[in-house]
Design a protein around this ligand. Structure first.
Ligand code: FAD
Length: 463
């Protein structure tokens, strides 16, 4: 088979690249070994986890919020099988959607493990050889496993294993307090499991704004999630009926299941990269430049395997850029504002610089404004007032540097900050703009007003 562009991997980076290349008139083959398209994101990542996040939100609303709003129902409880079926149904619908798009755009899906056999050839296991002009590598990432004695127990699962559970674990230990670990901790706590997080660093979600990480830890503790921060897991004993997890010096935690979520590594093995003539690093993946081009002019790398970010939305954009450049355009990634959504409860989302980063770069010339949800009418009437919005700007020109949101619908609201940062907007643009009332979005504007020292809906700061 011959094609203009072969795409290796059918996740967000790969399927987007394939569709964009087809839009531009190319003959495209996308090679994906799993039985469904969509990659980690649609099959075992963003989509199924967020389907369960919705179940967790619904449970929380039914148990803790609805009655306050005057809606009284019978004692709510989780039907875990129904929640799993809901999640699986959403996945089927979304992955089927990508297959339908492939048909509509005329992209050929070659189902099987793909391996390069030369600079312009690739073989799909059990299939024919594909000859291509350009290749886009989008093989994603896979979970890492630290060398801790006992971690090979069947009760120690990764995120894919946890999503496949058919019974709710009574006690869940989450190893790793990063984004994936915190999202699952939040879900399973709402589901009714006793959740314990073990994290080597002193903070949860270490890459995020420190105040946001502290707020999350506060809310998790309030909900009864046990935190062992600054603690290392040294061994795990499988006693048959349950696990005993050894933490730090002499502490043990018993559980039925352990989620190992300590990070993901790029998938670079068994791809035939040597035959292609391309180098890869097992930790950082395949290097690509601003145009997504690798060291080979006709080969591009996008998404998790390219090592910049591990996010679906950045993979989407990288996929578009690679496809356009594979077909003779000159598209560039540049320095876009990248939102950092975390679907815990409360939700967290940041974009641009954290407060610490802003102060490291701009020193004294930084102003910050924090607006609490308690002072926002829409948050109060929906019964969800944990958290705040933080606006960060530099004081020479007033340029907005960052936005951090902890609380209801943070992951949707952050888009206002993405647009503002990409437009190099000033804090006045955000603060003096007119936000619809009563909405959660007003809190973004109000945070800007706080940063400018002219908040209307907060009392003046006491000197
Ligand atoms: P992938 O989605 O991993 O796709 C790569 C594909 O390549 C896979 O389908 C794989 O089967 C295929 N492949 C690999 N090698 C071969 C081969 N040799 N032959 C054929 N096929 C091959 N990101 C967000 O932005 N928001 C979220 O809410 C979010 N939640 C997540 C939750 C979890 C639990 C996890 C694990 C991840 C989450 N992510 C989230 C991250 C997101 O899933 C990834 O960043 C994204 O999927 C990366 O896209 P990709 O195309 O680079 O790779």
């Amino acid at each position: 088979m011959e094609c203009d562009v072969v795409v290796l991997g059918g996740g967000p980076g790969g399927y987007t690249a394939a569709i964009r290349a087809a839009q531009l008139g190319a003959n495209v083959v996308c090679v994906e070994r799993e039985p469904a398209l969509g990659g980690t994101c649609l099959r075992v990542g963003c989509v199924p986890t967020k389907a369960w996040v919705q179940t967790a939100h619904a449970l929380h609303a039914a148990r803790d919020v609805n009655a306050k709003l005057g809606v009284v129902t019978q004692e709510p409880h989780l039907d875990f099988a129904a929640a799993a079926a809901w999640k699986d149904g959403v996945v089927t619908q979304m992955t089927g959607g990508v297959a339908a798009l492939f048909k509509a755009f005329g992209v050929t899906w070659a189902n099987g493990h793909g391996r390069f056999t030369g600079p312009n050839t690739l073989v799909v296991e059990g299939g024919e050889e594909i000859t291509f002009r350009s290749a886009i590598v989008a093989t994603g990432s896979s979970p890492m496993r630290p060398p801790i004695p006992g971690l090979d127990s069947a009760r120690c699962v990764d995120s894919t294993g946890l999503l496949a559970q058919t019974e709710l674990p009574q006690r869940l230990v989450v190893l790793g307090g990063g984004i994936i670990g915190c999202e699952f901790a939040s879900i399973f706590d709402r589901f009714g499991s006793k959740v314990t997080i073990v994290e080597m660093l002193d903070t949860l979600i270490p890459q995020e704004d420190e105040d946001a990480a502290k707020e999350l830890a506060k809310q998790f503790k309030r909900r009864g999630i046990e935190l062992h921060l600054g603690s290392q897991c040294t061994a795990v004993d499988d006693l048959g009926s349950h696990l005993v997890v050894h933490v730090g010096e002499g502490t043990t935690v018993e559980c039925d299941l352990m989620l190992v979520s300590v990070g993901r590594a790029p998938v670079v093995h068994d791809l035939g990269l040597e035959a292609l003539g391309l180098a890869a690093d097992p930790r950082t993946g395949i290097a690509s430049d601003d145009t997504m081009r690798t060291s080979l002019p006709h080969v591009f790398a996008v998404g998790d395997v390219a090592g910049r970010w591990q996010l679906a939305h950045t993979a989407f954009r990288e996929g578009e850029i690679a496809a356009e450049n594979a077909l003779g355009h000159d598209s560039r990634l540049g320095d876009p504002a990248v939102p950092r959504p975390i679907y815990t409860d409360p939700e967290i989302a940041g974009v641009g610089l954290t407060e610490r980063q802003a102060r490291e770069i701009h020193g004294e010339n930084v102003a910050v404004g924090q607006f609490p949800w308690l002072a926002n009418a829409r948050a109060v009437m929906s019964g969800e007032t944990a958290g705040w919005v933080k606006s960060i700007h530099e004081t020479t020109y007033g340029e907005l540097l960052g936005l951090v949101i902890v609380g209801p619908h943070a992951t949707d609201l952050i888009e206002a900050g993405v647009v503002a940062l990409d437009a190099e907007a000033t804090v006045e643009t955000v603060a003096d703009g007119i936000a619809p009332h009563p909405t959660l979005s007003e809190a973004v504007k109000e945070a800007g007003l706080v940063a400018l020292g002219r908040a209307i809906h907060l009392p003046p700061k006491r000197r």
